[in-house]
Design a binder for this molecule. Structure first.
Ligand code: ZN
Ligand code: ZN
Length: 198
């Protein structure tokens, strides 16, 4: 910059050698003024470049942060099984995570982690089987229902002579018989049911 000013001053001196003249002073002044103008222009340009660069840097920083955040979100909130965003999560003993819905589905049929097969619970018991107590209860209900239909009275009337016991005992016996037959029938039904749900 000093070089540029010097050459301008030199030109001014050559063009107007007489230092006392107004033209000389004006030329010198123009040399200074134009140099300052150019300086300001250059500084502006540099300033703009700096501004552009810093804008670009900020933009890149934002992009970097956003992509990092997106990745973070993906890692933290997405269920690896259904790829849905997790609304709460289930963390197994092994540290693997999944969404509650996927866990509910999976844990119904499996007791191991779907990622590493670590046991997270005791082996899933076979469900859907009719419990033995259920059979007894159904058989009882069936017997009561049978009694309500008048089966006992009718049957007792027909077979009275065959029972060598008092009528009350005969009725008890028949009730027992109906209930036991009910159990046999219910076991048979349980067999079909359990086979179907194996
Ligand atoms: Zn899921
Ligand atoms: Zn696991």
């Amino acid at each position: 910059m000093a070089q540029l000013l010097n050459s301008k001053l030199r030109d001014a001196h050559i063009a107007h050698p007489d230092g006392r003249r107004r033209e000389h002073k004006a030329a010198i002044r123009r040399a200074y003024e134009s140099t300052i103008e150019e300086l300001v222009e250059q500084l502006d340009e540099r300033d703009n470049t700096v501004k552009r660069r810093s804008n670009k840097i900020n933009q890149l920083k934002t992009q970097l942060r956003d992509s990092g955040a997106a990745e973070e979100t993906l890692r933290d909130n997405t269920c690896l099984i259904c790829t849905e965003e997790m609304d709460g999560n289930v963390t197994l003993r092994c540290g693997h995570e999944m969404c509650p819905e996927c866990f509910a589905q999976h844990s119904r049929v499996n007791n191991t982690c779907p990622f590493c097969r670590d046991d997270f619970a005791p082996k899933v018991k076979k469900r859907n089987k009719l419990p033995e107590e259920g059979i007894e209860a159904i058989a009882d209900t069936w017997a009561m229902h049978t009694r309500a239909t008048g089966y006992f009275a009718e049957h007792l009337r027909i077979n009275r002579t065959r029972f060598l016991v008092t009528p009350a005992t005969a009725e008890d016996h028949l009730e027992w018989l109906v209930r036991e037959n009910g159990k046999i029938l219910m076991r048979k039904i349980k067999g079909w049911y359990d086979t179907e749900n194996e």
